[in-house]
Design a protein around this ligand. Structure first.
Ligand SMILES: NC(=[NH2+])NCCC[C@H](N)C(=O)O
Ligand SMILES: [Mn+2]
Ligand SMILES: [Mn+2]
Length: 301
């Protein structure tokens, strides 16, 4: 039995497409809390986190001096989210953060890293999200959370929750990657970051990849899962803002999550980038709930 706090993080400030702020409710309305309860868990939905701004999105998406879009809003939201995640961990509960765009991981992982000195991160995503204000071609902060957590670029973002870098390069594993920017490729190579691309997944199978990823993180005192729904193929997950063909299929992902759910090291998770306005009859949110069930031990027999 896991004591789970569902934390809605409806931020859309990290990218320009409207609708991702509706993600948490679409996932809730598809049965998230009830289904996790039927698996035997103690589940509490804490509702949504909001920052000091009146909305969780901007229609105009303004760049600041460093080329960061909606910088003040992202920083403010991240601080608020990190406080909520910190409280959950203090209460000895599992923070399960539902997005919202992937910039939310700056807040969630910053808080988790305060509780685990050698935190590992399993980042399942079509993208690397390892840009920084120095390398990002778009200025969208949802493409930068790993970069920020590694201490790169804009200092105010790096210092969210507490000062300095939150993760070690060797404690990160990327899985499902198939769309990296040039700066991201260079950074991953320079720092020797463990990265399983879709070609690796095609060659080895996702079950083997996840087993290898967990082996790589075996010395970590906790593992955070950050699961971007665009890691799945767009045929599976149409409701997301930065789709890339050639992704993971649901059956493979469920097997991988089943393997992951058996490790005692898993301490927190994010499920991000569900955008109901881009979806086809809420399919993406419904499957996101299935992913959540498997993270928390659902099995097929
Ligand atoms: N979390 C995501 N969906 N990120 C997409 C990032 C796309 C691109 N690499 C960028 O930095 O703008
Ligand atoms: Mn992505
Ligand atoms: Mn992402």
């Amino acid at each position: 039995m896991v004591k789970i706090d569902i934390i809605g993080a409806p931020t859309a400030f990290g990218q320009p497409k409207l609708g991702v702020s509706l993600g948490p409710d679409a996932v809730r309305f598809s049965g998230l809390e009830e289904n996790l309860k039927s698996l035997g868990h103690d589940v509490s939905d804490l509702g949504n986190v909001y920052g000091n701004y009146k909305t969780v999105y901007r229609k105009d998406n303004v760049k600041d001096g460093q080329g960061l879009i909606n910088f003040d809003e992202v920083r403010d939201f991240s601080e608020h989210l990190s406080q909520a995640v910190d409280n959950t961990l203090k209460n000895k509960r599992f923070p399960f953060v539902i997005g919202g765009d992937h910039s939310l991981s700056i807040g969630s992982v910053s808080a988790v890293s305060h509780h685990y000195s050698n935190l590992g991160v399993l980042w399942i995503d079509a993208h690397g999200d390892i840009n920084s204000s120095d390398t990002s071609p778009s200025g969208n902060i949802h493409g930068m959370p790993l970069g920020v957590l590694l201490g790169e670029g804009n200092e105010a973002l790096v210092n969210i929750n507490h000062k300095g870098a939150k993760l070690k390069h060797e404690n990160i594993v990327l899985v499902g990657v198939r769309d990296l920017d040039a700066g991201e490729k260079a950074y991953i190579k320079k720092h020797g970051i463990k990265c399983y691309t879709m070609s690796d997944v095609a060659r080895l199978g996702l079950d083997t990849v996840i087993t290898k990823a967990l082996k790589h993180l075996q010395e970590c005192d906790g593992i955070h899962l950050s699961l971007d729904v665009d890691s799945l193929d767009p045929m599976e997950m149409p409701g997301t803002g930065t789709k890339v063909d050639g992704g993971i299929f649901l059956s493979d992902m469920l097997l991988a999550l089943n393997i992951l759910s058996k490790t005692e090291q898993l301490v927190s998770a994010d499920l991000v980038e569900v955008n109901p306005l881009l979806d086809n009859r809420n399919k993406t949110a419904v499957k996101a709930v299935t992913l959540a069930e498997y993270i928390f031990g659902q099995s097929q027999i």
